[in-house]
Write a protein that binds this ligand. Structure first.
Ligand SMILES: *Cc1c(COP(=O)(O)O)cnc(C)c1O
Length: 382
């Protein structure tokens, strides 16, 4: 039986030998209290207020997107993104089985079906090679729309996810989506601050969805955001996420089924303060990752997952790769028994009862990762 004592000692050491080392906790060292007090003092705590506009502008500037639209969670950012690109009931959406449930929940709200495509060993995210291979075998184009030859269903969108903050090969995926008339939405929930060839993740497709949940790199308590290069689409996104009310000083007129997905001003205030420190947090996370890289070089049978080529990763959650499933379970047991919080990668979507009958391409690398990956403590050290 393998002993992971050295690893446990090292993780405790880099996090200052606390008794319990959590996986990832938020830090509030900036203007959070000041901005929250401002909301309370001015009574603007709810659906209007200057922090909502400011957070959207700040995020657009930070990511290089033309427009950013906030909402109340990453999950509803994905839900809205899929609706905005025209995904409808019974459409198929190509995505990963190696993701958090929110990706698949969002498309299920519309009544669409996921098709699970394998991931790359170098990124842990959707593989352009596997995507192309599946499309060549199964897709046909009719009247500029893509259809699955076997099911007859339309393939409307593709949703790659930047796993743990590591960017996928997004330019290759974008080119394939273009060729096949498939809309590209990025699940960038985990990858704020992560760049692919110098460009921010979430800005390559028609819409990119970001999450500000408490466990993400920066948090608004709960919250989400959509990134757009198309200003008209962004305007429409704002409209349908705010009850589709036609602007008027006193009339209540609505021109569409709308959603109450607007982020309250207090959450946006927290977001503005967090964003001011995002670069510091990422620097700290990358420093932790660099220390892990050095350490795990010397440890047999445990590999540390490193950012892909041409990428700058936020290292949201650090991941190690054990040599097999047995070793993964042993690592989880020993670390959690000794005050170091670790977690296996998510149960694969195709193994959950809601999605077990959905089509997949065999998922060779996906299964390989599921049997080996463990997330280890990744908090910012400030
Ligand atoms: C966190 C996360 C989401 C959803 O975010 P919420 O804000 O919690 O709704 C979506 N996709 C992935 C991959 C995530 O990690």
């Amino acid at each position: 039986m393998n002993s992971f004592n050295n690893t446990i000692e090292f993780i405790k050491h880099i996090y200052g030998n606390q008794e319990f080392i959590p996986l990832s906790v938020p830090v509030f060292v900036g203007n959070e209290k000041k901005y929250l007090n401002e909301c309370i003092d001015t009574t603007f705590v709810s659906s209007v207020g200057k922090f909502v506009d400011r957070f959207e502008e700040d995020m657009a500037r930070y990511t290089g997107a033309k427009k950013a639209v906030v909402c109340v969670s990453g999950t509803n950012a994905l839900h809205m993104s899929l609706m905005l690109v025209g995904v409808e009931r019974n459409d198929e959406v190509l995505t990963q089985a190696l993701t958090f449930i929110a990706t698949c929940n969002a498309l299920s709200y519309i009544g669409a079906q996921p098709v699970f495509i394998d991931v790359d060993r170098s990124t842990m995210g959707l593989s352009p090679d596997a995507l192309k291979e599946w499309l060549v075998k199964n897709a046909e184009i009719k009247d500029s729309e893509c259809f699955n030859k076997n099911t007859g269903r339309r393939i409307k969108a593709c949703v790659p996810m930047h796993t743990f903050g590591h960017p996928v090969r997004i330019d290759e995926i974008a080119a394939i989506c273009d060729e096949y008339h498939i809309e590209l939405i990025e699940d960038a929930a985990e990858s704020i601050g992560s760049l692919y060839k110098g460009k921010h993740t979430g800005t390559f497709g028609k819409v990119g969805a970001i999450s500000f949940n408490g466990n993400k790199t920066i948090t608004t308590g709960g919250g989400g955001m959509m990134l757009f290069n198309d200003e008209e689409l962004a305007k429409y996104a704002k409209h349908i996420t705010t009850q589709a009310k036609v602007p008027h000083r006193w009339e209540f007129r609505h021109d569409h089924i709308g959603y109450n997905y607007r982020m309250p001003n207090i959450n946006a205030a927290l977001g503005c303060a967090q964003l001011e420190n995002l670069d510091r947090y990422i620097e700290s996370k990358r420093k932790v990752a660099a220390e892990y890289i050095d350490f795990f070089k010397k440890i047999d049978d445990v590999d540390f997952f490193i950012e892909p080529e041409n990428c700058f990763s936020n290292y949201w959650l650090n991941a190690v790769i054990l040599k097999d499933k047995e070793s993964q379970q042993e690592f989880l047991q020993q670390t959690n028994d000794n005050g170091v919080m670790t977690r296996p990668i998510w149960e694969l979507m195709n193994r959950l009862p809601m999605f077990e009958n959905c089509e997949n391409d065999g998922l060779k690398n996906t299964i390989w990762f599921a049997d080996r990956v463990v997330n280890i403590p990744s908090s910012v050290r400030i």
